[in-house]
Design a protein around this ligand. Structure first.
Ligand code: FES
Length: 112
């Protein structure tokens, strides 16, 4: 016999959700932001905002605290680099997920 728990759930459509104020992340910097219980690493690459998973796929380092150089962020724990445009590591085959970001009225929005 099949057990039913609660109402049927429709698949949730992705939507943009407020992450932080654009002023909080100056050009060349990054920040870890929690949105709906998930941590994102958001960076300001010369005025273009980019978002990836905050958790480094190597050993879980906080990528939002990494050093940014161009479109590359360096994990603060073991110095693996990740390209913010592709999510690919320049160090290994591991990748991080990239998320769409937009800025509206000075607010950074990330897709969830
Ligand atoms: S945890 Fe990021 S490089 Fe090791």
């Amino acid at each position: 016999m099949t057990a039913f728990r609660g109402a049927c759930q429709k698949p949730r459509m992705p939507s943009f959700v407020k992450a932080c104020s654009a002023d909080e992340i100056p050009p060349g910097a990054g920040k870890t932001v929690t949105v709906n219980g998930k941590e994102y690493a958001i960076f300001n690459v010369e005025g273009t905002f980019r978002a990836i998973d905050n958790e480094c796929p190597h050993r879980g380092g906080p990528l939002g605290e990494g050093e940014l150089e161009g479109c590359l962020v360096t994990c603060p724990w073991h110095a693996w680099e990740f390209d913010l445009t592709s999510g690919e590591s320049t160090t290994d085959d591991l990748t991080v997920t990239c998320y769409d970001v937009k800025v509206e009225d000075g607010t950074v929005l990330v897709i969830v």
